[in-house]
Design a protein around this ligand. Structure first.
Ligand code: 01S
Ligand code: CA
Ligand code: ZN
Ligand code: ZN
Length: 495
């Protein structure tokens, strides 16, 4: 599998804002001996942390003793302060006094007006940022890379008043590099897969910089990892955004790019970046026709579905690029991207889905096409035309598919009609019938249908119709999202 689930980045608020002058004092103990650091540097670092981060050595006597005491002291006091400092400057918070950490400590801080604290985050204070490509990837043409970066910046400058300018030689705010494995910033890359890239939050020196793992199979079309998709995400970090919990967001911490879906900032990304930098003057005109896509919320009283199906023991509810997976053993029905389970195969905005347990396949319908998947992979020759099922040419798409595991049959719904398909004989059983006759009280057309828990469930708009499958009598109507068990605690209140 290509995606990784990563814990959310936690951002720390710096304790104190660094100022320019540094009082030096003679420390009475060496702080954690670090390879390559001179005694003077160690003294400097301890003084820095005392001054700016309120570091206070514990008992002077204990620290003078054995090395083990120095280590204990390090773990409890100094390490914590180093981490705080590293977080503030966007360094990997290892707590270790690396050369890079020291370099940042020593960097003159007179340019402090470039960055400021904003609520719980850090943002750039100026509205034009410069970027520079310091280390090209020898296996990708530089012009292609430049084009990708320009397009990625554009997504962020379309929605905020920020401007991004490329520089070829001079110092830049954001330095972009491709690196292999260890590249001396405390966060080595890991070869193919895993970590694809990382970026530092706004700040001096390494702050705002973006590093790509040069060992990845970077792509510009559909094989390997999309350099564009990862760049948009990393630039979000370079501008000060942490990871998002919204699976529809570019800032979601997993690679979920689906080539068939045009990459856009989600509503969540736009809200978050506009919170930091404000709204671009042409935002309204750029987005009036096509506003940034919102991730559906299972607690939305207007929620409707594209398709619903059983899948092994689960029930899957499809909506746009997303699905909810209702598992009998889990209380929480979580939303994920369809592409996180079926990357690059199943399209978004589906019409109908059903599982054929006997053949161990899942069928997805959209427009005149259908896709047959065995587990996670597409069967050869698909997508194919729905005329395979015996639909006449006037039928251009289906609204819903209802599969009965025991009867080996599937009922398709199209407008006001339903069609009974025999899965064993692979043909339609007779001519279509009217939905209102087969399912008394059910309005048509419908959105989705599923046989589950001994009942037939239909969905139309924000209403769920439950039928007794034997007597074909309506048992109840309820809100469409009632099976998703929305509670105030588990809704997408964050979205
Ligand atoms: N960088 O921004 C990341 O999120 C790293 C993991 C951090 C813990 C360093 C990363 O490479 N994540 C992978 C990724 O695809 C999963 N990131 C870019 C994306 O498009 N989500
Ligand atoms: Ca990697
Ligand atoms: Zn790096
Ligand atoms: Zn990230």
């Amino acid at each position: 599998m290509r995606m990784l689930w990563l814990s959310l980045l936690t951002l720390m608020v710096p304790v104190k804002t660094p100022v320019t002058a540094l009082p030096l004092r003679t420390p009475d103990l060496p702080i954690r001996p670090h390879a390559g650091l001179s005694e003077a540097d160690q003294e400097f670092a301890e003084a820095y942390l005392r001054h700016f981060y309120g570091y206070k050595p514990k008992s002077e006597r204990r620290r003078r003793n054995a090395d083990t005491d120095v280590d204990a002291e390090w773990r409890t006091g100094l390490c914590d302060k180093v981490q705080k400092m590293q977080r503030f400057f966007g360094l990997p918070p290892s707590g270790e006094l690396t050369k890079e950490t020291l370099a940042v400590m020593k960097r003159p801080r007179c340019g402090l007006s470039d960055v400021e604290r904003f609520g719980k985050t850090i943002r750039w204070k100026k509205s034009t940022l410069s970027y520079r490509i310091a280390r090209d990837n020898p296996s990708i043409p530089a012009s292609k890379v430049h084009k990708v970066f320009r397009a990625a910046w554009k997504l962020w400058s379309n929605v905020t008043p920020m401007k991004f300018r490329k520089r070829s030689r001079k110092e830049a705010d954001i330095v972009i590099s491709f690196y292999n494995s260890d590249h001396k910033d405390g966060s080595p890359f890991d070869g193919k897969g895993g970590i694809l890239a990382h970026a530092f939050l706004p700040g001096y020196g390494i702050g705002g910089d973006v590093h790509f793992d040069a060992d990845e199979d970077w792509s510009f079309n559909s094989t390997g990892f999309s350099l564009f998709a990862v760049t948009v995400h990393e630039f979000g970090h370079a501008l000060g955004l942490p990871h998002s919990r919204d699976p529809g967001a570019v800032m979601y911490p997993a690679y979920n790019f689906a080539p068939s879906y045009e990459l856009q900032l989600s509503f969540r990304d736009v809200k978050d970046i506009q919170h930091l930098y404000g709204v671009s003057p042409n935002f309204a005109s750029l987005f009036s026709k096509k506003p940034p896509p919102r991730t559906p919320d299972k607690c939305d009283p207007h929620l409707s579905f594209d398709a619903v199906t059983e899948l092994q023991q689960e029930v899957l509810f499809f909506k746009d690029r997303f699905m909810w997976r209702k598992h009998p053993q889990f209380d929480e029905t979580a939303i994920t991207l369809i592409s996180s389970l079926w990357p690059d195969t199943v399209p978004p905005y589906l019409d109908a889905v059903y599982e054929n347990v006997e053949k161990n396949v899942i069928m997805f319908f959209k427009g005149h096409q259908y896709w047959m998947l065995r587990q996670l992979s597409l069967e050869e020759g698909f997508p194919r035309n729905i005329s395979d099922f015996g639909f006449p040419s006037r039928i251009k798409s289906v609204d819903a598919a209802l599969h009965f595991r025991n009867e080996h049959c599937t009922v398709f719904f199209t407008g006001h009609e339903c069609w009974r398909y025999n899965e064993q004989q692979k043909m339609m059983e007779g001519s279509p019938t009217l939905i209102e006759q087969e399912w008394p009280g059910l309005p048509s057309p419908i959105d989705a249908a599923v046989f589950y828990d001994g009942f037939v469930h239909f969905f139309r708009g924000n209403i769920h119709y439950k039928f007794d499958s034997n007597s074909k009598h309506m048992v109840s109507t309820s809100p469409a999202n009632d099976l998703l068990e929305c509670t105030e605690m588990n809704g997408n209140e964050i979205l």
